[in-house]
Design a protein. Structure first.
Length: 491
């Protein structure tokens, strides 16, 4: 079992006396500069699972997976469920002794997705169509053949800005685990490896905030459904400086480690709605993220092929600035970016709107290398894996695939951030200013991005009208000059 295949469903069909091989490959941590909290979570989860399996497990600590398999299995035959990355799949397929089983832990198999995608014309296999298909296939939030409530998608009801008269949503305490001796052992090992120069990390570690066991993951799911789900829908796109979680579940890390199955998550949420505990808009919004977006991302990772990661339709090549690489939130003046970068630094997590409209938007506006940004997201987030970040960052966030994933570039001027957050209050910049000392970096960057790619989007069906608005800016020359002076300096 790989470190993101920790649920019991990965062992279904295997005899109870069959040994289980788990390899803790330290070299993986040495190849990338991961967030310290991510490294701690993954190793903690693996070691907790090994402790649960007891004498049945062969837990091998090695520098590489190849060494670990050789040490733990010798020449014995081994089976493994399909890994979650192309690189890992190529590795196990290259070992003659390994039989690769189909992927587990998903609502839709790769074969079923291929059949569905084949029924759609090029460019027609969009998320909304896929989402409706999955709900029909699995009977999710359905009343017979019709969607519950008569509407498939309640996204329009789920875009409320945060309350203006409070600093947090006050949804009760966010679920958090209690650390144990395994967590302490992992932290000791990470300290030791780091002091020897074997690994290097970014971000801060401790205390652990995310589930590392199946029991913890189930407890976190129940806590979310009971205490936070009701307000998830209305405020799922909102951002607050003093409340980085709001009503989000923070279950993505547990799902991506294989500690939760998406089927049980959506079932719990639907049950809460049918029992009258939460509004349909919140239940549908969550189901859309898990059964729609998450499944869609997974499938597109395989469907697009390996060449997808080399996409760079807008020709962006600027390196990531050092302050961004180092999560140096204190170097940043813009309150939105400083706040979100601090959330990543301190927890290894922030929800989807700060990822897309603050971090990703800044990168897109300044033309940062999309491959380097995808790698940064992979390393910096506790829920970051190749299959997650490649479509989400390179495609959705950076539009490097020229619209295969998203129908338009997701970036905005400061007005959007001002409307959907409380970040702009007290900021040194004004969201409506295009130029001058108080010009919002996102407003300057947005119009400079459109100006730089005017030809590319002049006839785009969702962007052409916005591009024409460039000619209405009386201070466009001043904006261009200000954008040219941005460089790699923190905003």
């Amino acid at each position: 079992m790989f470190g993101d295949q920790l649920g019991e469903w990965f062992l279904e069909g295997v005899g109870g006396d069959e040994p289980v091989l788990m390899v803790e490959a330290r070299g993986v941590l040495g190849r990338r500069r991961f967030h310290r909290a991510k490294a701690h979570l993954v190793l903690s989860a693996m070691r907790h699972r090994a402790a649960e399996l007891g004498e049945r497990v062969r837990y091998v600590r090695a520098d590489t997976y190849r060494q670990g398999v050789r040490k733990g299995a010798g020449k014995d035959a081994v089976t493994v469920c399909q890994p979650t990355s192309r690189k890992a799949l190529a590795f196990v397929e290259g070992l003659e002794q390994v039989d690769v089983l189909p992927a587990r832990g998903w609502l839709v198999s790769r074969e079923r997705f291929g059949e569905w995608a084949g029924e759609h014309s090029v460019g027609g296999a969009r998320l909304e169509d896929f989402y409706r298909w999955v709900r029909r296939e699995h009977g999710l939030l359905m009343d017979g053949d019709d969607p519950a409530g008569g509407t498939w998608n309640l996204d329009q009801e789920n875009r409320q800005p945060p309350p203006r008269d409070q600093e947090t949503l006050e949804e009760g305490k966010v679920w958090a685990p209690e650390e144990d001796e395994i967590d302490a052992e992992v932290r000791h090992d990470l300290d030791r490896w780091e002091s020897k120069g074997l690994v290097a990390f970014t971000g801060r570690d401790g205390p652990r905030r995310f589930p590392a066991t199946r029991d913890e993951a189930r407890a976190a799911l129940r806590h979310f459904v009971r205490h936070r789900l009701a307000d998830f829908g209305p405020y799922e796109d909102a951002m607050m400086a003093a409340d980085g979680v709001l009503s989000h579940s923070r279950l993505s890390a547990a799902l991506n480690l294989g500690l939760l199955h998406p089927a049980e998550c959506v079932a719990e949420v639907e049950r809460a709605w049918r029992d009258g505990h939460v509004p349909l808009s919140s239940a549908e919004g969550y189901v859309r993220q898990v059964a729609g977006w998450r499944e869609y991302t997974w499938q597109l990772y395989w469907h697009f092929g390996e060449d997808y990661r080399r996409g760079n339709a807008l020709g962006h090549t600027e390196p990531l600035p050092r302050w961004f690489e180092e999560l140096d939130a204190d170097a940043v003046t813009a309150r939105c970016l400083s706040t979100v970068l601090a959330q990543v630094r301190d927890t290894g997590w922030t929800h989807h709107i700060p990822r897309l409209m603050v971090l990703g938007s800044r990168a897109l506006q300044d033309g940062w290398d999309p491959a380097a940004l995808t790698e940064w997201f992979h390393r910096s987030f506790v829920d970051g894996y190749d299959w997650v970040m490649l479509p989400n960052v390179l495609g959705m966030s950076q539009y490097a695939d020229d619209g295969q994933m998203a129908t338009k570039p997701y970036t905005s001027a400061g007005a959007y951030i001002n409307r959907m957050s409380d970040f702009c209050g007290g900021c040194a910049y004004k969201p409506g200013d295009h130029a001058g000392d108080r010009a919002c970096p996102y407003t300057v960057g947005y119009w400079a991005f459109l100006d730089r790619h005017r030809d590319h989007f002049a006839h785009h069906y969702r962007m052409a009208r916005t591009v024409k608005n460039l000619d209405r800016l009386s201070d466009l020359d001043a904006l261009r000059e200000q954008a040219a002076g941005r460089g790699a300096s923190p905003p």
